[in-house]
Design a protein around this ligand. Structure first.
Ligand SMILES: [Zn+2]
Length: 174
């Protein structure tokens, strides 16, 4: 019976040669099993550039998010508060709460619709018309379209009633 074949030379783990390039002359400036040129390369370029770039981007995004958290939190709180006023039919309070949010979030169609609704219900009809006009031509979901129609109908009704009141007031004055 033949003797088993000799083990392959353990050159990767042999501490006598550089683990990176196999250079037998190891650096005496590091406990790592690497030669001096490899040690130097690792110190100068410990991470590939793309890792550094990604890390920088992640840190920047994180910092930006942290800066925005108090703002967003506050906006979310007043949005929730405005929604509660609307649910309890306190439309003057809802109007006052939605107004700064609507001004700061002009691209937010849902927000604009809620504000327009609060305007109609609190009889700020001119602002309701202006807000509805800003929504013209926007891409909307079916739900938003339904809401816009509902607010539009309520607005039309309120305008008609206002016109009627104005006429009857004139009649009374005459
Ligand atoms: Zn090396």
């Amino acid at each position: 019976m033949d003797a088993p074949p000799p083990l392959p030379p353990a050159d990767q783990t042999d501490p006598a040669v550089c683990a990176n390039c196999g250079n037998p002359q190891l650096s005496d400036r590091t406990p790592l099993p690497v030669c001096e040129p490899c040690r130097y390369a690792m110190v100068r370029f410990p991470f590939p550039v793309w890792v550094k770039v990604c890390a920088t981007v992640v840190i920047a995004l994180l910092a930006a998010a942290l800066v925005q958290i108090p703002q967003k939190w506050q906006a979310a709180m007043s949005y929730a508060g405005a929604g509660q006023y609307a649910q309890s039919n306190d439309w003057d309070a809802a109007y006052a709460s939605y107004k700064p949010l609507a001004i700061n979030h002009r691209d937010d169609t849902d927000m604009q619709l809620r504000f327009a609704e609060a305007c109609v219900k609190s009889h700020h009809l001119r602002e309701a018309i202006e807000t509805m006009n800003t929504l013209e031509g926007r891409r909307v979901s079916q739900h938003q379209m339904d809401k816009a129609n509902q607010v539009g109908d309520a607005l039309e009704f309120a305008l008609k009633r206002e016109a009627k009141n104005a006429t009857s007031n004139r009649t009374l004055q005459n």
